[in-house]
Write a protein that binds this ligand. Structure first.
Ligand SMILES: Cc1ncc(C[n+]2csc(CCOP(=O)(O)OP(=O)(O)O)c2C)c(N)n1
Length: 819
């Protein structure tokens, strides 16, 4: 192996910039700093002991299990030291996002070199003992992950799951006019759906009110075992691709460190000066022309400076450099010497003093204080988080004279509340969505703000403007999620409104964010951030122009798998409940709140005062709908979600009319996690409380918004096993609203039959009622087939029409749940 020689000269250096940005002395120091970072990276991947190689390297100094990713690491070290230089030169407020976050050793090493790591973890000192700990902790039990993680100061981005770096970077830059986010993107990462669409983020950035993102495509040519697409197209094609995406690409290409340092330094200067020029022009001239922001394409060998040829195979500059380029274990004892000579090629004795401290002339290359990228407060967003100014949601309450007396459109009501929030919080609150803000009936926000859009506008566009609180003009759930996460992680607030079915597109992004929050809770220095709030509207039960494809309530099933400390799921039954729930969610911290709400006109059940109490409790008996106050119920009717609530109440009204002696208890669930045991979720009801509500043995007929199995999963530990859940079962397409429920057996006529089936003591009364329900289902089917709309008695149905339901209705202004 010859570590002095680099990869074959397959990357001719391109003279992008003429000027000489570096003196020879500075170039030498920058190269030395890069060597130090590379040395620390190799040390982290391999060494257990002997960090400064003061003794000859032995196998016992090497970790028993060597894991990590070397390939991306030297390139990221190269980028980091150059960013440090421009931060100092231009006094930049900048932090770093490592798209290929598997290059953990690079970021950890650099954060250590700049001193932030030891500030946060004082046991990892800046000396030989600290180096030993730094090396040992990496990818080691009880230590830190091999990827960039919440444990890494200066990061808002895990990067284990590739694809989200650029969206995160833009999310961070919104409303941060002084910030520049340097975003390193792997050329493999660039092939993912999320990243591929994120290049278009530049059409949504306002150069006046937002900061800037500097993408640095790390074109090291390979993924795990394949070439990358962008590395194998012609230079011109690559250039055109980025120009076509609206960027001004600047190329830094080569493998000769000396030339590459000069080229990177001058190119970075050009990029920073271009960014400043764009911002100055926009801010001083109020120029609204869409800028062509600079980006950098860094083409360098994968595993740069690492082993060239091992066991006859080329490593540096190939896919083989991706993870551990050199196996050093009992089966490869001769590789110990190769590792030693590789590490010695960095000449640690010139970089660290006798005590293991970085030489002062190198240490001074790093920025100071909060200008260090590891210490940038934006990357620990909770530090910058300010509470939202919250208007009173009660001002938008629907007046509900009696349960079900009026109809309302829940998200339409919520839209007015969101409008008021947007108005009061013009710098730290945003609404994200994939072109669905109007469709989800949140259009009231456009009374006070606009859709942020920096591309061309033409006549008849609506609500587009260079700056606005709404980012909904790109049809990409990935972008909305990534932008919002970046926005929240840097200390702001927001929500993502989506069709329920298509939120599934970002299942995995949600997972990663939930994991991030979970780990942050274990790190006292990570301040809490605002919760990730989802509003899932246009849900499964609301078919207008759409059909089967738009029916998927399964996000809930996915969400509840995540750590109970993090996830919350709410299904408010009406507009007043939705207002109360959303007010709570927007004030909460470090959660993922999933709120499912409808937009169609449906009966409204609770006054705002009742809604507040009901939502605070999260679950409760609706006494006004129940008639078991004097004794035990014969049956418990549970409901969760707006549509199931309507159908359960309609079923109750039929039962009470036909079987007046039947004692029914109606329970509504807003906070889904109440169903789970208290030992499993902080919101879970105690066994005592659950049994008090649902009884230990009475039959429970439960109407649920989503897949019925979810309710069974949540309640499997409960004493009462007589639980019968109706939910969505993958039936229905374009049809009437009521027929959707019929096709999934969630309608009142099926629910009544369910009750009769469970209560044999009803005898022939039950049999006659069941027959009537079956007849009604046929009548329904015939009617919709002929008329294309639901039966008049379905459309016009109201709670309380029959005297049996009025019996328990008090005329007094009720206490909560008591009407
Ligand atoms: C979404 C996703 N798919 C697959 C992987 C597995 N994986 C880890 S690294 C890698 C290759 C990444 O290539 P690139 O982004 O170019 O990074 P680099 O070559 O710089 O390491 C893959 C496929 C992953 N981490 N995330």
């Amino acid at each position: 192996m010859n570590t002095a020689t680099l990869a074959p000269k397959s990357f001719p250096a391109k003279e992008a910039c003429e000027t000489k940005a570096l003196t020879l002395e500075l170039l030498r120091k920058i190269n030395a700093y890069w060597r130090a970072a590379n040395y620390l990276s190799v040390g982290q991947i391999y060494l257990f002991d002997n960090p400064l190689l003061k003794e000859p390297l032995k196998l016992s100094h090497v970790k028993p299990l060597v894991v990590g990713h070397w390939g991306t690491t030297p390139g990221q070290n190269f980028i980091y030291v150059h960013l440090n230089r421009v931060i100092k030169k231009y006094d930049l407020d900048m932090f770093y996002i490592a798209g290929p976050g598997h290059g953990g050793p690079a970021i950890v090493g650099n954060v250590y070199l700049e001193g932030t790591w030891s500030d946060i973890y004082p046991n990892v000192t800046q000396d030989e003992a600290g180096l030993k700990k730094l090396f040992k902790q990496f990818s080691f039990p009880g230590g830190i992950s091999s990827h960039v993680a919440p444990t890494t100061p200066g990061s808002i981005h895990e990067g284990g799951e590739l694809g989200y770096s650029l969206s995160h970077a833009f999310g961070a830059a919104f409303d941060n006019p002084e910030l520049i986010v340097a975003c390193v993107i792997g050329d493999g990462e660039a092939e993912t759906a999320s990243l591929a669409t994120a290049w278009h983020s530049n059409k949504f950035l306002d150069p006046i009110t937002d900061g800037a993102v500097l993408p640095i495509l790390h074109l090291n040519g390979y993924k795990i075992s394949n070439p990358t697409v962008l590395a194998r197209i012609e230079h011109e094609e690559l250039d055109q691709f980025f120009r076509g995406c609206g960027w001004n690409p600047l190329f830094v290409e080569g493998d000769d460190p000396e030339k590459m340092h000069e080229l990177m330094a001058s190119t970075l200067e050009k990029a920073i000066e271009d960014i400043r020029e764009i911002q100055k022009n926009a801010r001083e001239q109020n120029d609204t022309t869409r800028p062509r922001w600079p980006m950098i394409v860094l083409r360098s060998p994968k595993g740069w400076t690492g082993p060239q040829v091992v066991d006859g195979l080329q490593i540096e500059g190939t896919f083989r450099a991706h993870q551990v380029p050199l196996l050093v274990d009992i089966e490869h004892p001769d590789h110990v010497a190769l590792l030693e000579s590789w590490m010695k090629s960095y000449k640690a004795e010139e970089l660290f003093d006798e005590k293991g401290r970085l030489m002062p002339e190198l240490a001074e290359l790093a920025p100071k204080g909060n200008r260090r990228m590891g210490a940038n407060p934006h990357a620990n967003g909770g530090i910058l988080l300010r509470n939202l100014i919250m208007p009173d949601f009660r001002l938008h309450a629907v007046t509900v004279p009696s349960p079900g007396a009026v109809n309302g459109q829940d998200t339409l009501v919520l839209g007015k509340f969101l409008r008021d929030i947007a108005k009061l919080n013009q710098k730290n609150f945003r609404v994200f969505g994939p072109d669905e803000t109007l469709s989800n009936l949140l259009g009231a926000v456009f009374e006070v703000t606009n859709r942020q859009w920096d591309a061309r506008e033409v006549a008849n566009d609506e609500f587009l403007a260079p700056a606005g609180r709404v980012l909904d003009s790109m049809l990409s759930e990935n972008q909305c999620e990534g932008w919002l996460e970046g926005y929240l992680l840097t200390g702001r607030h927001g929500l993502f409104n989506s069709y329920e079915a298509f939120i599934r597109i970002i299942d995995s992004m949600f997972s990663q964010h939930a994991k991030w929050l979970k780990v942050c809770l274990e790190l006292p220095w990570r301040r809490k951030i605002s919760s990730l709030n989802y509003l899932l509207a246009s849900h499964v039960w609301q078919q207008d122009h759409n059909g089967f494809t738009h029916q998927d309530p399964g996000f809930l099933d996915h969400v509840i798998n995540k750590k109970a400390d993090i996830v919350r799921v709410y299904l408010p039954a009406d507009a007043n409940c939705l207002l109360s729930v959303f007010d709570h969610c927007l004030r909460s911290r470090n959660y993922v709140n999933v709120v499912v709400a409808g937009k169609h006109a449906l009966p409204q059940w609770l006054t705002i005062e009742e809604a507040v109490v009901h939502c605070t409790e999260g679950i409760g008996i609706w006494q006004w709908a129940s008639n078991d106050q004097e004794g035990e119920p014969d049956v418990v009717m549970g409901c969760c979600g707006d549509t199931p609530t309507l159908e359960i109440l309609a079923a109750v009204s039929i039962l009470r009319e036909h079987l007046p002696d039947l004692k029914i208890r109606v329970i509504n669930v807003v906070d889904l996690m109440k169903l789970q045991s208290a030992s499993e979720h902080p919101h879970g009801l105690s066994e005592l409380d659950y049994d008090a509500l649902f009884t230990k043995d009475k039959h429970i007929i439960f109407g649920f918004h989503g897949y019925s199995s979810l309710v069974h999963r949540l309640t499997y530990r409960r004493t009462n096993r007589n639980l019968h859940v109706r939910g969505y079962k993958e039936e229905g397409t374009i049809t009437t609203a009521f027929d959707m429920r019929v096709q999934n057996d969630l309608d009142r006529f099926h629910l009544v039959q369910d009750v009769v089936d469970r209560l044999p003591h009803l005898g022939s009364k039950g049999a006659y009622l069941k027959q009537e329900m079956k007849d009604m289902l046929i009548k329904h089917k015939n009617y919709i087939d002929e008329h294309g709309e639901d039966l008049p008695e379905i459309r016009n149905w109201k709670w309380g029409q029959h005297k049996s339901q009025q019996r328990t209705t008090s005329t007094k202004q009720p206490a909560v749940n008591q009407r």
